[in-house]
Each structure stands twice: as C-alpha cells, then as structure tokens.
Design a protein around this ligand. Structure first.
Ligand SMILES: Nc1ncnc2c1ncn2[C@@H]1O[C@H](COP(=O)(O)OP(=O)(O)OP(=O)(O)O)[C@@H](O)[C@H]1O
Ligand SMILES: [Mg+2]
Length: 298
C-alpha cells in the first residue's frame, strides 16, 4: 500500500488516563482525510503526536516510512500544519509574518506573494495581523502551512469560528490546493457535514478509540434504500407491501409508512401501489449522512 501517514497502535496516556488508545489509521496518496470526533475525543492529541509535538506512550507514527519520534527531521520535512488557534506576530503584517517562514525554509521571495494570492489575501497583505478578521487569520494560517511545498498538510479545525460563507471559502480553498499544489490533507473536525463535503476518507474517534475508518462513499452506502411513504390508505398499503419481495422491512410512524427496500426498486413499489388503487401523497427517500452513520456507531 502507498501509505503516506500510518499510525501503529498509537497511544497516549497522561497520568494514567488514556487519551488516545491504540489508534491505527492510514493516509494514502491523493486522500483528503477527515479525522472526526466529538469535543475531547483525542483528535488534537493524535495530530500533535503526528507532528512530533507530543510523545506517544506506546505505538508510533510513520510518515513516508520514517518514524516521527526517532527520525523526526526526515519524517517531518514534507509536512505542513495548522494546529488549534494559530498564533502570529500581531503587530506585523500578514506578508511580514510569512516572510519569517520564507527565511526559515530558505524559500524564494516570490513564494510569499504566490501563497497570499492562492489564499486570497493579496489585497490585505500589508495590514497588521491584529486588524485581520478570524477568517483572514485562518487563511493566513493555511498559507503558512503550505508555504514550504509540503506533500501533506494537517489542519486542525480549519473553519473554527467562521460564518457559513467563510466555511465554504475555506472548503473551496482546500479542494483547490489539493489539486493545484498536489497536497494530501488531514482535516480535523467535529463538524460532520464539513467532512462529508470535503473528504474522501474518514476516521471516526470517540473517547480516544478509533470507531471506524473508511471511504466516505462506502460508509454511506447502506445495504438497502430507505423510503417514507405518505398515503391515506395506510393499512391497505401496508398489507400489500408486506407481501412484496423487494420490501425488507416495514413500519408505520406518525401515519407515515417507513420501508427498507432492495436498492433501486422504488419504481416497482410505486407501480404496485398504483395498480392497487392506493392514493400516494408523497414518497421521500432518506438520504444517508455521515451524521446518521456516526450516531449509529456510538
Ligand atoms: N496535556 C494534557 N493534560 C491532561 N489532559 C489532557 C491534555 N491534553 C489533552 N487532554 C485531555 O485529553 C482529551 C482529548 O483532548 P484533545 O484536545 O485531543 O481532544 P479533541 O478531540 O481535539 O477535542 P476538541 O474537539 O475539543 O478540540 C480531553 O479530555 C483533554 O482534556
Ligand atoms: Mg482539538
């Protein structure tokens, strides 16, 4: 497998309390990887172990095959990150803040304007950071995370505190970067819809335990289609549907029929009910979301 980041039984205990427990996750080339879990589930602690900022109690992290703790320099040279609540020199401009990193990584001067352009801060680049809005600071932090041409960028809660427009802008920026700069992302978030929109692969952690890891399309792809049927002939419809082989289960809640059926068979259901003179007011499909999946795993 073409693993870029791999954690092996990654564990962190602080004073006998297990904060991260034997986590195994895999990021492969091309992934935008979502790392999802409720507040306090251990996301940031895991990320900090990936970045060599916190030492694992047990297990390890490998980046491009190098152990982050034993071979830190080689492991981390292709990685950029934004950890929770990024900080800057407030009294310096956005440009000057990035200039410090240009010097640190010995990058060409043109790279500063290049990244400021990509994140859409070119007009505000000479403003002091203390005059930046929260969204502008998030953009600057993302610019800083990829200024040194990393192959992997880890973003911890990149849309924290942003309004809906800001959230969409950051999401588009991440998608853009993944294509234009060929960056693999790990996005940490407790917002399920955000991960569902953006990521192809996701792991879910809760109380330090990995609950599941997989491709979003697989997690959302359930065995049966679920529909809600609204009709005035409730009992008659139920009797007919119960006998129909494509129907796997049926129940009635609040005067609505709820059915699980073989995939793609709703047309046959519709036809059957029509042929039996059942008057249908509406048929609605239940769309699967990561949220319903997540709740089903708890
Ligand atoms: N240095 C520390 N000392 C003691 N406990 C800690 C320490 N760092 C984290 N914890 C605890 O470990 C748990 C996981 O914290 P972590 O910050 O990794 O969660 P998170 O998933 O990032 O949460 P959030 O969504 O709120 O950012 C929390 O209960 C937290 O209080
Ligand atoms: Mg966190």
């Amino acid at each position: 497998m073409n693993n870029i980041i791999r954690t092996i039984n990654l564990t962190k205990k602080i004073k006998e309390v297990t904060i991260v427990n034997k986590i195994n996750i895999n990021l492969e080339q091309g992934d935008i990887y979502g790392f999802l879990g409720p507040n306090g589930s251990g996301k940031s602690t895991t990320i900090k172990m990936m970045l060599g900022l916190v030492k694992p109690t047990e297990g390890r992290v490998e980046i491009n095959g190098y152990d982050v703790w034993k071979d830190k320099k080689k492991a981390l040279n292709s990685i950029g990150a934004m950890i929770e609540n990024p900080s800057f020199y407030d009294y310096l401009s956005g440009y000057k803040n990035l200039e410090l990193y240009k010097n640190l990584y010995d990058l060409p001067k043109t790279r500063i304007n290049e990244v400021l352009n990509i994140v859409g801060l070119e007009k505000e680049k000479n403003k002091k950071v203390k005059k930046y809005s929260l969204g502008m600071k998030q953009r600057l932090a993302i610019a800083r995370a990829f200024i040194n041409y990393p192959k992997i960028v880890i973003l911890d809660e990149p849309t924290n505190g942003l309004d809906p427009v800001g959230v969409v802008e950051i999401r588009n920026l991440i998608r853009d970067l993944s294509v234009k700069e060929n960056i693999n992302f790990i996005i940490c978030s407790h917002i399920l819809s955000e991960i569902q929109e953006l990521c192809n692969k996701v792991s879910i952690i809760n109380k330090g335990e990995l609950i599941s890891e997989g491709y979003v399309k697989d997690l959302l792809n359930q065995e049966f289609d679920e529909y809600f049927i609204d009709t005035s002939d409730l009992q008659k419809a139920k009797v007919i549907l119960e006998k129909f082989e494509v129907v796997k289960s049926i129940s009635i809640h609040d005067n609505i029929i709820q059915i699980n059926i073989d995939k793609g068979k709703i047309g046959e259901i519709n036809k059957k009910l029509a042929l039996n003179d059942i008057d249908i007011t509406s048929i609605k499909k239940k769309e699967n979301t990561l949220e319903s999946y997540f709740l089903s795993t708890l």
